[in-house]
Design a protein around this ligand. Structure first.
Ligand code: H79
Length: 427
């Protein structure tokens, strides 16, 4: 414990607050400008093609589940192809599962044999391969890390899930937390610059002492620019650098997962799936349309949040064609309309049923997602000089009305997903 902290505890003063390093603040700005990332759920569960919760859902024991590792042999995995796809989709970063709830490490951890080098015939460190390729192609890399662990014997007392694994009813919780910290130290020292750590699973034991302060201090000491986020479903804890909302826009709780809906001042991120599954699911054909995915990205930007869009690669290492097709279409859209997304923040008009606004110095972008009429009345945006359709540059008429203004939209819209109106405004 440091002297300030001891003093604070002894005197009843407020404990010294986390002060993000300058490079951390810089990374937060980069993150907010980046807007769009690729989430990757890949692990030994992918072999069964039934999602990443299959161990828990099918009540598999550890012995049964470990057999999956012997079948994990992704001979078609080409990290260059994945990274190129992310770039073509307009994504600026990748967040990949280093360890999901099944405890399996997708890198050559030295903390246990339950990892891709020691337990699979593939025997390659996919995180290392991906990290190298991301550096080569200029994409940042985050590691998802599950605090929850259905495999580790010291994950005890057990939480809400993982009860059928057949582990003995004892274990040393602090030893488990040491294991977590040791694994994180490996990830933050052996894989070059890590853009951040995306924690998940804490909700399995919401009242346990997770020693987060120690873990967060370790991460920030090893890589001050690495951004910490934690999907604990509550308002951010001390030491966190961004706030995430799973399958929800900031402040919403349509999933019912959240214990708190408060939206913080930190950079925000929402994540979602293309079908309904995170890990590869061979039977899940309920794909969102490209239009829906574009609208989700745009809405997220209007809520001042990033969109982390998931793919669950197949056990052979390929990303299924339905995902590839949609990602490429999103990339084509972003090449046309990217200036209204990248580098923006949530706009002056809060999100509306018809759409959202984004802004950057000198510009406000009105994203009309769902409005059948040619006249759209909106609150007054001060200092508007010109208005045009971003698609064509065609000037657009605006009339002032009491209490607001009317945008006169063309009857036939240039884009089925989003009519983007660019307003040049006084700085
Ligand atoms: O990695 C993906 C999912 O596997 C993981 N997060 C994403 C990014 C995830 N795990 N669970 N969930 C998402 C849903 C959470 C459900 C919860 Fe509950 C409802 C947590 C707390 C209440 C049911 C009861 C599941 C755990 C306890």
């Amino acid at each position: 414990m440091n002297v300030l902290l001891m003093l604070a505890l002894a005197t009843g003063m407020a404990a010294p607050r986390y002060q993000p390093a300058p490079e951390n603040l810089e990374a937060r700005r980069w993150f907010q400008d980046a807007k769009f990332g690729m989430f990757i759920h890949w692990g030994v569960y992918s072999v069964l093609g039934d999602g990443e919760w299959v161990m828990n859902n099918r009540k598999m024991t550890i012995a049964e589940y470990e057999k999956l590792a012997e079948r994990f042999h992704p001979t078609e995995f080409d990290p260059a192809e994945w990274v190129a796809l992310a770039k073509e989709a307009g994504m600026k970063y990748i967040t990949i599962t280093s360890k999901h709830h099944d405890g399996f490490a997708m890198w050559g951890t030295r903390q246990s044999k339950w990892n891709i080098l020691d337990a699979t015939p593939y025997k390659k460190d996919v995180l290392q391969l991906l990290a190298q390729e991301c550096r080569r192609q200029g994409i940042k890399l985050f590691f998802y890390y599950s605090h929850l662990d259905w495999h580790h014997p010291d994950y005890y007392p057990r939480g809400r899930t993982g009860h059928a694994s057949g582990r003995p009813d004892h274990g040393d919780w602090n030893r488990y937390l040491d294991y977590v910290d040791n694994q994180l130290r490996e990830l933050l020292t052996g894989y070059g610059p890590v853009a951040g750590i995306w924690f998940d699973g804490l909700w399995d034991k919401p009242d346990a002492d997770w020693r987060l302060e120690k873990t967060y201090r370790l991460i920030h000491a090893l890589q001050p620019a690495a951004l910490i986020g934690n999907n604990h479903h509550r308002r951010p804890f001390e030491g966190e650098d961004f706030q995430m909302f799973e399958k929800d826009l900031p402040g919403q709780n349509t999933t019912g997962f959240r214990a708190e809906t408060a939206v913080s001042e930190l950079p925000l991120e929402t994540c979602d799936t293309i079908n309904r599954s995170w890990g590869y699911n061979a039977n899940d054909k309920r794909f969102k349309t490209t239009r829906e995915l574009i609208q989700y990205l745009v809405r997220a930007a209007g809520y001042n949040a990033n969109f982390l869009l998931n793919v669950g690669p197949m056990p052979n290492g390929k990303i299924q064609p339905e995902f590839v097709e949609r990602l490429k279409e999103m990339g084509a859209w972003l090449r046309r309309y990217g200036e209204s997304i990248y580098g923006t923040r949530g706009g002056p008009i809060p999100p509306r049923p018809w759409g959202v606004t984004t802004q950057k110095p000198g510009f406000v972008y009105v994203h009309v997602l769902d409005w059948p009429d040619e006249a759209l009345a909106i609150p007054k945006i001060p200092g508007v000089r010109t208005a045009k359709l971003l698609a064509s540059g065609e000037p657009l008429r605006i009339t002032e009305i009491p209490g607001g203004m009317v945008l006169h939209l063309p009857a036939s819209r240039p884009d089925p997903a989003d009519t983007v109106v660019a307003l040049e405004v006084a700085r």
